[in-house]
Design a protein. Structure first.
Lengths: 565, 182
């Protein structure tokens, strides 16, 4: 007899993601992903000045503010066929890299590590043994017995108090948790240290964007940073040097801690390379432009269908014709009016809430499709698409990760194994290492360009008649696209197709599952009433339902963490 | 000198959820404070809130709340009230919010000693940049509450003789006439 399990932080307005799985014989045999709140924020933009749109779009989501700002200015610039000065490209790229590094570190340590790491095993660890183990894995200087002891004492104090506080809701002691006490202590210590380095990555964004969480320096046509090498208030050598120091520290943390931890974790849970693949169609857009026209990029894009890595198709530019013409959104199972898939420029957002019904409509997320197919987006898509094209930087870090996992686990890890729950974590760490190297490259490009005497940061936008544009960004969670129609210098239509819309998509008119849903099918559950394995797969996508309504709920009485029906 | 953060929290695109940022920007335009006071519109910071509150002596947060009270009602919560709320399963980065931030900050010994959350009950969280009339009416007493909390903390503040322009760029300010406390 199959039973239905709902995971839904139901009284919390912050948590919009709801997952329903049907479990039979301790395995998932059906799944539904839904968003419990109406988005449709795009309708606010109609009739506004396209030059202001980015200020509003960066409020879509409090976690990914900068990415929506960037996609928005790029959409308007695409509609106006506007070139972007080199300095502006490099400054924007550094902001995007800083944000991406911050996001990947936060995701692994704060949002998903505790799916694999058992906090209540930490007090049993031997700090000496932990230090020896750590030394064999990485040259990180903060892998000392003292740091491990301090971190362990924190957990001991929390455990002794009987008030688990922040750790109240974990699946501690679950049979799917398998790390030794020492590895648990190692990971927990890095969880504590990660807080410092994620903050440094965010400081880079703030120093270039003049503020976080909402950057202020963007403008349609470039950036608003004044460049003056001698002025402390402008972007000069002092500030650039401070940015370099911060980046170097973050780069070291990524290479010596995050990347190593993910490889070690993968080696200890190798069965998760066989779980959670789901939709094997992948999509990524090129990003980090290297010229003012946007014709050369540091990160490649394209698409793969049916897991056929050898048959990759490449996109030449970030607004590639094939990409522009191939995206549509289906609302068959979403709470909107409409009877056929629509291209985003023609997109409608007319709500029609009917209540959760797995057979009919069950989500506020539309179902985006590329050439009619569901697509998986995110670091895994980007890494596979880059690897398939022979992109040297992708190959460098992907091969390094696979070699580390192979050596630690005594298996032969292949790129094909990345199509899995664990592969999504590995791909995110690979992408973080790539971004870390590119951070230093783009810092140098900016400094060298300024040294040539080029201080230009902005080209003036000129509006003319009715035009359409798409602005893309390969965000931490994957392909983000903003679609704008500009008429007489006003916004006529605006749609944002965000990464989590691709991945958290509901079924479409043909009944095809979205990526979260498909990835959950056949997942084994050791204890269905404690569906840790479901969380592992869902978290591996780094879900973020970009609507961010945030009202505090002080009651906390009815938090239906997991409901078994 | 005390290091104090006064932060407006909420999404300006979702109706009354924008009251926190609105109050923060209005406050900055009309009042002056000790140099140790920072006023910020933080939007919906989720986990990044920990960076904003860590190492401060005191934090005053203004946010919309969802309780069974009339729209516009103002409720106050101190640190122990907030930390009593059970943290929920982390589904996405928005889930770890205020409760988890404070619990983490306590664990890492970086939490501010004083925390006051001034909660305003919203009438509507539909998409749009306007506040409901009942929520607008709650703004002057919220500002009065912020000032009395600053008095309690021993932080000086006074009304500007000439207010600077309030940077509430997302809505039309003259539609919201507000009588501010002197």
């Amino acid at each position: 007899m199959a039973k239905r399990i709902t995971i839904d932080p139901i009284t919390r307005i912050e948590g919009h993601l709801r997952i329903d799985v049907e479990v039979d014989n301790n395995a998932v045999n059906n799944a539904w992903a839904s968003c419990t709140m109406w988005r449709g924020i795009e309708t606010i933009l109609r009739g506004r000045d396209p030059r202001d749109a980015w200020m509003f779009t960066q409020r879509f989501c409090g976690v990914c503010t900068t990415v929506h700002a960037m996609a928005s200015v790029r959409a308007v610039e695409d509609a106006l066929k506007l070139e972007i000065p080199l300095n502006a490209q490099y400054i924007r790229n550094l902001i995007l890299i800083g944000h991406g590094l911050h996001d990947h570190i936060v995701h692994f340590y704060q949002l998903s590590a505790l799916d694999w790491v058992d906090i209540l095993q930490v007090p049993k660890a031997d700090p000496d043994k932990t230090a020896k183990l750590a030394e064999s894995l990485s040259p990180w200087t903060r892998n000392s017995r003292e740091e491990f002891k301090v971190a362990q004492d924190k957990v001991k104090a929390v455990a002794a108090s009987g008030q688990l506080g922040i750790f109240m809701n974990g699946y501690w002691g679950h049979p799917a948790m398998r790390l030794s006490p020492e590895v648990n202590l190692l990971a927990f210590t890095h969880y504590v240290q990660a807080l410092e380095y994620q903050r440094k990555a965010l400081q880079v964004v703030g120093m270039l964007g003049s503020k976080t969480p909402h950057i202020q320096n963007l403008t349609v046509g470039g950036v608003a940073n004044a460049i003056d090498l001698d002025s402390p208030s402008a972007l000069g050598m002092d500030r650039l040097e401070a940015i370099r120091v911060l980046l170097d520290e973050v780069v070291r943390f990524v290479n010596e801690v995050y990347f190593v931890d993910v490889c070690a974790l993968a080696a200890m849970y190798p069965e998760w390379f066989k779980i959670g693949s789901g939709v094997r169609n992948y999509l990524a857009v090129p990003d980090l432009p290297l010229d003012s026209k946007g014709s050369v990029y540091d990160l490649p894009g394209g698409y793969i269908t049916n897991g056929n890595i050898g048959g990759v198709h490449a996109f030449k530019t970030a607004s590639d014709k094939e990409f522009r013409e191939s995206v549509s959104e289906d609302v068959t199972h979403a709470y909107y009016r409409g009877d056929k898939p629509l291209h985003p420029w023609l997109g409608e957002t007319v709500p029609a809430f009917t209540g959760w019904d797995g057979e009919q409509k069950y989500s506020w997320v539309k179902a985006p499709r590329f050439q009619g197919q569901p697509m998986q987006v995110g670091p895994l898509a980007q890494v596979l698409i880059g690897y398939a094209q022979g992109h040297p930087l992708t190959r460098k870090y992907a091969d390094l990760a696979l070699a580390k996992v192979s050596a630690l686990a005594g298996v032969h890890a292949t790129p094909d194994m990345l199509q899995s729950t664990l592969g999504r974590h590995a791909a995110r760490a690979i992408r973080a290492a790539m971004l870390a190297e590119l951070a230093q490259k783009h810092w140098q490009l900016l400094v060298d360009n300024i040294a040539k005497g080029d201080f230009v940061v902005h080209n003036q936008p000129v509006f003319n008649g009715e035009t359409e544009g798409v602005g893309t960004h390969e965000a931490p969670r994957g392909t983000l696209s903003h679609w704008v129609v500009v008429k007489d210098a006003k916004i006529k239509n605006y749609q944002a197709v965000v990464p989590s819309t691709w991945n958290a998509s509901p079924r479409d008119r043909s009944g095809a599952h979205g990526p979260y849903e498909a990835a959950l099918l056949r997942t084994p559950l050791a204890r269905p009433e404690e569906p840790l394995e479901v969380l592992r797969t869902v978290h591996s996508f780094d879900p973020c339902m970009a609507c961010a309504c945030h009202a505090f709920d002080p009651s906390g009485r009815e938090i239906a963490k997991v409901k078994v029906l | 000198m005390k290091n104090v953060l006064i932060a407006g929290i909420g999404n300006i695109l979702l109706g009354d959820d924008g009251v926190g940022p609105y109050v923060a920007r209005l406050l900055a335009a009309h009042y002056e404070f000790d140099p140790g006071v920072e006023i910020a519109d933080l939007g919906t910071p989720a986990l990044d809130l920990i960076d904003q509150i860590s190492g401060r002596d005191a934090v005053i947060l203004v946010d919309s709340i969802r309780v069974d009270c009339a729209p516009g009602a103002i409720l106050l919560y101190r640190k122990p009230d907030i930390m009593r709320v059970c943290p929920s399963t982390r589904m996405d980065p928005h889930s770890p919010a205020l409760v988890e931030t404070l619990l983490s900050a306590e664990l890492f010994s970086i939490a501010p000693r004083d925390v006051l959350l001034i909660g305003i009950v919203g009438a509507s969280y539909d998409s749009g940049c306007r506040l409901s009339p009942s929520v607008v009416a709650s703004v002057p007493p919220v500002i009065a509450k912020i000032r009395s909390e600053l008095d309690r903390l021993g932080v000086t503040h006074h009304r500007r003789e000439r207010p600077v322009e309030s940077d509430i760029w997302w809505t039309v300010p003259d539609e919201i006439p507000i009588l501010l406390p002197a």
